[in-house]
Design a protein around this ligand. Structure first.
Ligand code: HEC
Ligand code: HEC
Length: 344
């Protein structure tokens, strides 16, 4: 008789437990919106999204003609690149890992160390940063203005502007395209009430994620992307000449040095290895254990780590279908690409 009674009690207990976990989770997280209608104070229009998609996939906006936004933020591979840190202008390796572009519109904290203004507030820093990684805004505008089909697309998109091919308008279009890149995941379905969307292991992982304190820094709609925190770092040799705070790090227990870093979004984290601002860790379980140790002073067991990883898997979402645009052809006025390794 005892076994059936236990089973019965377990059955009765489950929905209540699921509801209270969900209630608690809803105080910390929220499901992704179905769509984003305004960004940086402007409405998202279908024309802007189409033009933004063209710009996003066009490598000719970089000086060398080599780098599109999609080179480093590739929607086919989780919205980021697989490199530790990006290669950019003049084949220089940058100091930082490219964050995923998916759901980036919903981050209120931008960039690993927050040195750029919040993009939605400033309007034009998004493209500014992207374009300056690989070229200059002036050259980019000259390139776009040289192609009649681009001029037509800008004119259609910004009909009230006398001179629509501008850096600011390109930014607006890119912001609108990026705003479409939201990736609803099983966790969103579960938050909205679909019990079966999370496996029991993922639910246990969610409970641990909350109880251990991960959600102190990784909360909100993107489970991160909205605050900066100290992360312990230590210098490693051979990185002279870069700002100290972004050198390759190894995590130590007590080096007395702390720098502020953004607690990044954990959405699609299963797709965005390597991890951390310097892309120095490729294993998700290891990244979870490092976080436990350095941020919470806890050694997570392998079992706890697996459960948290199972929860994080439920944050892997479905990107919208993206049609690769056919881009305008160049004209006689289009600047030729610059050589990649020119003298500065
Ligand atoms: C050469 C690689 C590279 C290219 C090309 C590039 N990015 Fe980035 N992007 C990065 C890196 C690296 C960061 C992180 C920089 C930091 O945190 O300081 C970043 C950050 C961003 C962010 C902030 C994301 C967040 O969550 O904070 C946005 C938005 C963005 N890029 C958009 C673009 C757009 C739009 C383009 C094209 C115009 C572009 N990027 C081109 C590498 C690149
Ligand atoms: C005190 C704040 C804080 C707490 C608590 C915290 N994190 Fe983090 N987390 C951060 C910061 C800051 C970073 C970015 C560090 C860097 O990249 O240099 C980060 C990065 C990460 C990353 C890598 C993200 C990426 O895109 O590369 C993962 C995964 C992660 N945290 C998971 C967890 C888990 C799981 C827990 C709980 C065991 C946790 N974090 C607890 C602040 C925190």
């Amino acid at each position: 008789m005892r076994a059936p009674l236990t089973v019965l009690l377990a059955c009765l207990a489950l929905p209540a437990a699921a509801d209270s976990l969900r209630d608690h989770a809803l105080t910390l997280f929220e499901p992704l919106p179905d769509r984003i209608d305004t960004v940086a104070g402007h409405p998202v229009t279908p024309e802007q999204v189409d033009l933004g998609r063209m710009l996003y996939f066009d490598p000719r906006i970089s000086d060398t003609g080599q780098f599109a936004c999609a080179t480093c933020h590739n929607p086919a591979t989780g919205g980021d690149s697989n490199r530790d840190t990006s290669i950019g202008h003049a084949w220089q390796t940058g100091p930082q890992n490219a964050p995923t572009i998916f759901n980036a519109t919903l981050n209120s904290a931008r960039f690993w160390q927050g040195w750029a203004e919040d993009l939605p507030a400033t309007g034009d820093s998004l493209l500014q940063v992207g374009a300056e990684r690989t070229g200059t805004p002036e050259r980019m505008v000259a390139t776009l203005a040289s192609m009649p089909a681009y001029v037509d697309a800008f004119t259609r998109t910004f009909p009230d502007d006398a001179d629509p091919v501008t850096f600011a308008n390109a930014t607006t279009a890119l912001e609108s395209f990026i705003a479409t890149l939201v990736t609803p995941a099983p966790f969103d379905a579960w938050l909205k009430g679909e019990d079966s969307a999370l496996s029991p292991q993922a639910r246990e992982g969610l409970a641990l994620f909350i109880d251990k304190g991960c959600a102190t820094c990784h909360q909100g709609v993107n489970l991160g992307g909205n605050s900066y925190h100290p992360f312990r770092v230590i210098r490693t040799p051979g990185t002279e000449g870069q700002p100290e705070s972004i050198q390759c790090f190894s995590v130590v227990e007590d080096d007395g040095t702390q720098y502020l870093f953004r607690a990044g979004t954990l959405r699609n984290i299963t797709l965005t290895s390597p991890y951390f601002s310097e892309g120095s860790v490729r294993s998700l379980p290891l990244a979870i254990q490092i976080m436990g140790r350095t941020q919470l002073g806890t050694d997570l067991s392998d079992e706890e780590t697996d459960r948290i990883a199972a929860f994080l898997e439920s944050l892997e979402g479905t990107p919208p279908p993206i049609t690769l645009p056919v881009l305008p052809r160049e004209s006689a006025l289009t600047p030729a690409p610059l050589p990649p390794l020119r003298e500065e």
